[in-house]
Design a protein around this ligand. Structure first.
Ligand code: MRU
Length: 358
């Protein structure tokens, strides 16, 4: 049975040539769609987190390239000039957020798809639109495979699965990576439940994960980030599954800040800690997690909650958006090509086969 999500986070609207996405800034208060009509607006949508989550911002990048192509085609019909201008737009789009590699992957994939095609400008524009839609559709299929592969790892009937941040339908085109595992597991056993870390400072767990699980009728309990050890110590957590923003060739994994702490606590309590992510999140061009660029985000995210200051005026703040969990703490990486186990250098290479992304 397929326990599907009702959410489509991002979708190309063919008759309007716009990218329609769920505005994640207003969840859980409102569920609103917004049409992104230009590549500059796509840059802003990614940067301001209207769209967020590694696979979702990958597709946003792919749509951004189609929007850029439509704009550039109005200024030139010369293929060489078109490609030069598109390359600049690709670099611009890729600079919107630094950590999630799916953005670079999808934008590069779009550019590579047309660069040697020898087609006219109008044909290349259409190719980029169609290819963006293809990547969009593939994302859901990939997540369903991740879900089914991960569901087999759930250790018992009625298990409690802890997750951090949001790696659900709203972090992808639909279904989700870590929450894809939950959805798939729930279809087999509707007595499983989720514990969701609040995920300070942006509260993706509280605002987004609980919202989408509640929408689908999957039982979820919200906890704050510091509570996981308490519940693991009481034997109340059977498994941890989180998403990823970038995985190095050795398996070191960048994910939302706080993931590393969670992995340490899970390992201490012998609770299996898994990453769920598509192969497009694995960056085989970097050897270890030390090379993953970590986004430094606005200090207001830490000093303010709902626009209100929660600390002394002028206090020193530091706000990295992600941390890196060393491969040694990760029991397995759940992908569309199966579950990868240590040593990750070998299992990752094997999963990619000939399609190695470098
Ligand atoms: O800053 P965000 O909300 O874009 O970060 C997303 C994450 O880090 C999530 O943890 C997620 O697991 C990766 S996307 C499936």
């Amino acid at each position: 049975m397929d326990f599907d999500s009702k959410i489509k986070t991002i979708e190309w609207i063919k008759d309007k040539n716009v990218s329609r996405m769920v505005n994640q800034l207003v969840i859980p208060y409102e569920y609103k769609l917004v049409d992104i009509k230009t590549s500059d607006d796509m840059f802003d949508a990614i940067k301001t987190m209207i769209v967020r989550g590694a696979p979702a911002i990958g597709i946003a990048g792919a749509h951004g390239m189609a929007l850029a192509a439509l704009e550039i085609a109005k200024t030139t019909q010369n293929p060489t000039e078109f490609l030069q201008k598109l390359k600049l737009k690709a670099d611009f789009l890729k600079s919107s957020r630094p950590t999630a590699v799916n953005l670079m992957w999808a934008v590069d994939k779009q550019y590579d798809y047309i660069k040697d095609s020898g087609k006219s400008v109008d044909e290349m524009v259409q190719m980029l639109i169609d290819h963006g839609i293809q990547l969009e559709n593939e994302d859901i299929e990939i997540n369903k495979k991740i879900g089914d592969n991960g569901a087999q790892l759930v250790p018992k009937k009625g298990a409690t699965i802890l997750t951090h941040c949001n790696a659900g339908a709203l972090a992808t085109v639909g279904y989700g990576t870590a929450l894809g595992v939950v959805r798939s597991a729930f279809a087999n056993d509707n007595t499983i439940q989720v514990f969701a870390d609040e995920t300070r400072p942006r509260q993706q767990g509280a605002r987004i994960t609980t919202f989408e699980l509640a929408m689908d009728g999957i039982p979820v309990t919200l906890i704050t980030d510091g509570m996981s050890g308490y519940f693991m110590n009481k034997g109340m957590i059977d498994m941890v599954v989180v998403g990823a923003d970038r995985i190095a060739a050795n398996g070191d994994t960048a994910n939302k800040i706080g993931t590393y702490n969670l992995a340490i606590v899970a390992n201490y309590h012998n609770v299996p800690f898994y990453i769920a992510a598509p192969l497009s999140t694995i960056d085989t061009s970097i050897e270890t997690g030390n090379e993953i660029p970590i986004e430094e985000r606005s200090h207001d995210e830490v000093t303010h909650i709902n626009g209100k200051s929660v600390c002394a005026e002028g206090i020193n703040v530091i706000n990295p958006g992600f941390d890196v969990t060393p491969a040694s703490l990760i029991k397995g990486i759940i992908t569309e090509k199966g579950v990868l186990y240590p040593p990750y250098k070998d299992s990752i290479k094997k999963a990619f086969g000939a399609d190695l992304y470098v």
